[in-house]
Design a protein around this ligand. Sequence first.
Ligand code: ADP
Ligand code: MG
Ligand code: MG
Length: 883
Amino acid sequence: MPDRLVVPFGGNAAPAHWLGKAHLGGKGANLCEMAAIGLPVPPGFVIPTPVCARYHEAGGRLPEALLAKLPEGLAHIEAAVGARFGDPANPLLVSVRSGARVSMPGMMDTVLNLGLNRETVEGLARRSGNRRFAYDSFRRFIQMYADVVLGLDHYLFEDALELMKDDRGVTLDTALTEADLEALVGQYLEIVAKERGEPFPMDPMAQLEGAVAAVFGSWRSERATVYRRLNDIPEEWGTAVTVQAMIFGNMGETSATGVAFTRDPATGERAIYGEYLVNAQGEDVVAGIRTPQYLTKAARERAGAAGASMEETMPEVFKELSQVFTLLERHYRDMQDIEFTVQEGRLFILQTRSGKRTARAALRIACDMVAEGLIGEDEAVRRVDPAVLDQLLHPTLDPKAERQVIATGLPASPGAASGAIVLDSAEAERRAGLGETVILVRVETSPEDIAGMHAARGILTARGGMTSHAAVVARGMGRPCVSGAGGIAIDPETRTVRAGSHVLKEGDIITLDGATGEVMLGEVPTIEPELSGDFATLMAWADRHRRLKVRANAETPADCRVARQFGAEGIGLARTEHMFFDPDRIGLVRAMILAADEAARAPILARLLPLQRADFAEMFAVMAGLPVTIRLLDPPLHEFLPQREADYAEVAEASGVSVAGLKRRVAELHEMNPMLGHRGCRLGVTYPDIYAMQTRAILEAALQQADPPVPEIMIPLVATRRELDLMKAVVDETAEAVFAEAGRRIPYLVGTMIELPRAALVADSIAETAEFFSFGTNDLTQTTLGISRDDAARFLATYVEKGIYPKDPFVTLDVDGVGQLVRLAVERGRGARPDLKLGICGEHGGDPASIRFVAGLGLDYVSCSPWRVPIARLAAAQAALAD
Ligand code: ADP
Ligand code: MG
Ligand code: MG
């Protein structure tokens, strides 16, 4: 009966939680459910979420039909508690609470003690025999109602309260007397009348209607709208309203209110974690007016806190509370976050929901609950959000350490790092070479900075977004990065960095937190990631379920080692140009690019060959027989061109030509649009000798191995089968020569990256030559959308905000567009070659949503940054469990 306008719970109401959270809101559904399983929940009723839309459609008016039903809802509560709403002799008071399908800050605050006026307050005083309590409730009600329903400034009331306390010479609200509170109520009513030009509404029914309307109205408040947009919550959902009998935690020393987690939300430890306040109402615990006390004796002792724990002051209630916790955990099979109130020694539960927790706690709770038999292994795997693992895979700042934040930017790459400021790549390498830990600080980074970024512990840029060069490369390398810190200014003349009022010199120590975007002065201690224990256990369970293999994008031996430690089953993308940027050989690489012809290039390639071979040999040794995909030279040539006079001199010397001649050659090589220019296999087509040298280096290195890998040689940026045919011929010819020299052969594969729309469209013909495809979704996104990743920062945020793309398409695969090309290429490719090996190696290879999509397409593996390998393993397992 989803058209019911009020859904009662508690008392003698029939169970209603089966109507679900979408209909009743999370809070409402759980209240109905707790009542149904016999927990002490104050009776009440829920006005379901669809009524919210009706309220707004009617231009902000409660539907007549609802107004007609409210008395019925109230009658249910009245019968259950034996009091009457608005009855001066025996008044029922209620709370009015909001609650959407998912917990949502920004919604209206709860109004407590609703139904009080000058007559009912006296009735409450008589019935309770506690006039002080009655007026305490009244003053609370007036302030809350005025604030959240009438929109008056709460400071007006807090000021009056402070004045009253000053005047009486007390500091705590609880020290005010009955007479003080009665006087305060008088003042409050005057404030409302004066500010509003109308008296405070004294009719309980008018109060109720006002509060319900305010809850629905708050669904469209600016705060709520912003929150919804940031969290992809649809406007249509609406909020429910819960009206519930009041329980009074402010009736004296045997009454209290509190909040608790059934396990420690920071560590996951199985121990009650929470706080309570004697003689108080709900919001007092979090308001910080009085210091709350611990629930358990152990927690109080550990903290060395003065106030007695609930376990000590109310042992009976505490025992009952612990039993409720056990019951709730068994029922919901998850850690719960609970709100409760005690009225004169009687316990009531006011809310429960799955508790938010840190990544560490999420792992521990999932593993413990399997051990306790509450959930199965596959449920544990499903429970942990892969994205939160990121918190655990990098060093983090010690939460207990002091920090002085001097600037803030974007949280571009997670992890924390401290080190000496260096302002360029050369200085980064110099100091790192001397054993110093450094932070590279740049306006923005370019491929020139790769070596410096590698040498640095962390990277800070003044400009650039989440997909800037610095951000993408730092994430790939696992270096913490804060990008776009607009508050810093770098002065290359004096070699200083200004951040607010601080002027820092090169060599001064700073700390970055790439998870928050904060930049701090000096060294803040960090904690190393812990990958054993629960983490290892959960990963082992995940590995049992997944079908996708997980590889890493890496080329340095250090990164390959990290990849293996995190469980990578091969390398999906080794970018040979990253090896070329090494400062020892960038000069040679430049000479290679700038050589006038093949004859001039030959001696240079001969010098590069042993260097590349050594690179590959080291990599293969670390990967010990696992598959390794190596992409031949790919990037636009301009990335290698000399920048400074000193670079020209160095290249001139290496290649034996004049600086003037070199400059002419650089001018010749200038491109208008390098990303669409002379790069990828176009380099191999025009300079086949470069690809031949790289192939030789790969195969000779493989032949040296005791446990040789099957090298997968990958040709980048192919658009046509003919390009691939030509390049495959170069590879095969070179391989034959190498094998003939060695006197033995090893298997190898030749395949291509699919990173141009044309390649996806003609995938069937390309697959006749290619033995594998690897989807290079960074470039495929760039070329399909026609958006340059390096320039997207300026407008992409606006695009996402306006809903043009639901997510940053460079982070989460654009399933509707780019995804269709991937699907097409998979179908056509496998149609032509059924055993075609398929993988993905863009940034998307480490993004859980994108992994879910490609798992559905039947890819063989995903490849991502070494630091995201565990995230991909878990996401792949969840994808498998979902179908
Ligand atoms: P929020 O969504 O902000 O947590 P709630 O609706 O849960 O708002 O209300 C906040 C607090 O108000 C509760 O934790 C509880 O302490 C108190 N409260 C709400 N309803 C009642 C009630 N019927 N009786 C006593 N206290 C209540
Ligand atoms: Mg609450
Ligand atoms: Mg590419």
